[in-house]
Design a protein around this ligand. Structure first.
Ligand code: MG
Length: 156
């Protein structure tokens, strides 16, 4: 078995969609990024790549490549699953630090969507919303941060 950690942060700006776990959530501000800026998926990709020691998201999907401009991060996650062929995901646990909007009502849909893309049960995925109570950029609703851990094993 192997374990990996992933982290991501994206700035929140007006005029962009708020995309988390591939779900569009109604919000005044959205994620700035070269892709759709989904920090939950980006941190999960880094956790998976970390667990397999296969590098990081920037190596496979550089934000300087026009090919990935405004791409849905769900597509990047699909590609990542091909990269780690031969490994089976045991579980994923994520902390999503976000002041606004309130995420609790969207957690199940995020888990379902992520599970479908990764070909695993949503019960193997945990997404835990957390607020920073006004502290730091994330607490001031200027950014969204995510920390993810992934455990996987090599398929026999
Ligand atoms: Mg990112």
């Amino acid at each position: 078995m192997r374990i990996g950690i992933g982290y991501d942060i994206h700035r929140l700006v007006e005029g962009r969609e708020f995309v988390l776990g591939g779900i569009i959530i109604p919000s005044r501000k959205g994620m700035l990024g070269h892709s759709d800026g989904d920090p939950l998926i980006h941190s999960i990709i880094d956790a998976i790549l970390g667990a397999t020691s296969l590098g990081n998201i920037g190596i496979y999907f550089p934000d300087t490549d026009p090919k990935y401009k405004n791409i849905k991060s769900t597509e990047l996650l699909k590609e990542t699953m091909k990269i780690i062929k031969g490994y089976k995901i045991i579980n994923i646990d994520s902390v999503v630090i976000c002041e606004e909007p309130k995420l609790t009502d969207f957690v199940e849909r995020m888990k379902e969507n992520l599970g479908k893309i990764m070909g695993i049960s949503k019960n193997l995925i945990s997404v835990k919303p957390k607020r920073k109570e006004g502290l730091d950029s994330t607490g001031r609703n200027e950014s969204v941060e995510v920390i993810s851990v992934c455990l996987l094993e090599e398929e026999k």
